[in-house]
Design a protein around this ligand. Sequence first.
Ligand code: ADP
Ligand code: MG
Length: 437
Amino acid sequence: MEKEFYQMWENVLKNIETSLNNPRSFELCIKPIKLIDINDNIVKIEIPNPSFERSFFPFVKILKEEFQKVFGFLPEIEITYASANYDENKENSLFELSLNPEYTFENFVVGPCNRLAHAASVAVSQTPGVAYNPLFLYGGVGLGKTHLMQAIGHYVREKSKSKIFYIPAEYFVNEFISAIKNKTTHIFRNKFRNLDYLLIDDIHFIAGKEGTQEEFFHTFNFLYNNRKQIVLSSDKPPKEIKFLEKRLVSRFEWGLVVDLQVPDLETRVAIVKKKCELRKIFLNDELVFYLAEKVKDNIRLIEGVLNSLVANYTLLNRSIDKSLIDENIEKLYNLKKEEKKFINLKKIVDVVCEYFGLTPEEIKSDKRVRNIILPRQIGMYLGREMTQSSLNSIALEFMVKDHTTVLHAYKKIKQLIEKDRNLKNIIDFLKEKLNEQ
Ligand code: ADP
Ligand code: MG
């Protein structure tokens, strides 16, 4: 095969990466593909193993299209596997990539705030589908939900042959949308029904998304009826998740709903020590206490502070003391505030598009169909309500004629929500989404 084909292949992948605009899907589903040979219009590629086919399948269409753009012809794809003696029970490429090696039970500090959540997680790892099904973990940001879920993942993978899948709900939604677009929902369905464990993180992310909720409802029933273990996490208990269908709320409450609370000082001290140990940094007891005392409500912040301490220490040669700790805490808190405050038009476009299943190109196109016009007007309304942007810059962002179009949209939506409860709910939901990002 010509040498330059490899370079051209790299270009194909790069173009896919750009047009997908979804780093995670790209990492997981496209990047592992290798070019082996091109012969006439037959392109031989190598993928890691047979089960990878399922993850890569939704992207075949885009692969062919991008290939055609670079090579000038529409290829036929022939697949080979990297390892011939691959054991499907042991592996699941998607799953493997998405677990953080640090998030194990060994590294999880148990205290009064999380004892029950921890015990239930251990229990479902050992005996799936029996006692607590589903297991629903909830609690504020950075209190260890993801850590516990992934610990279940590590445990099951090491100790049993069960098929287990950990996936953030956001990714579940994206996969589902692309399965619909590519007409591969049957593959999507099989992927999720063929499991012994399904772990979905941040399940509140499916709220307000009708199609995904419907699909998840059926997946849930299928797994549940077959006594497969389901574990879910969320920032709130099921009842309090807005825009979540009632039938899902009630199912989420069938098993055990358990919360993670803010850890007390002793637990925080133990967590700081554990994290220092993992990062091989030494803090004396006084500093450990000092840090644990200062960072109360979010353990992720402890981690952030430790990481920047390490950076200060190793890169800048600064010795670690209280003032350095203070400095870093303040930096991180300010960063968080900034992130919260900053709602810009691009973010609005993203959130509105995601909600209505549109792409930014679509919402900015001049198509005059209702399912695009309304979202576009909602976007402009939110732009006026939630940012300091001028009418002209909103017009530019949404590619409409001029500021009068924006004003018209704003007035129209404002009037509509006074009469239309549904629309008001949607707008409230979008506002909440924007505020929490
Ligand atoms: P959540 O998913 O609830 O937002 P994470 O699971 O991502 O929170 O936890 C945030 C960080 O805090 C992670 O680095 C995690 O390892 C750490 N963490 C949280 N709780 C504990 C704990 N009990 N023991 C050790 N580390 C913890
Ligand atoms: Mg999490």
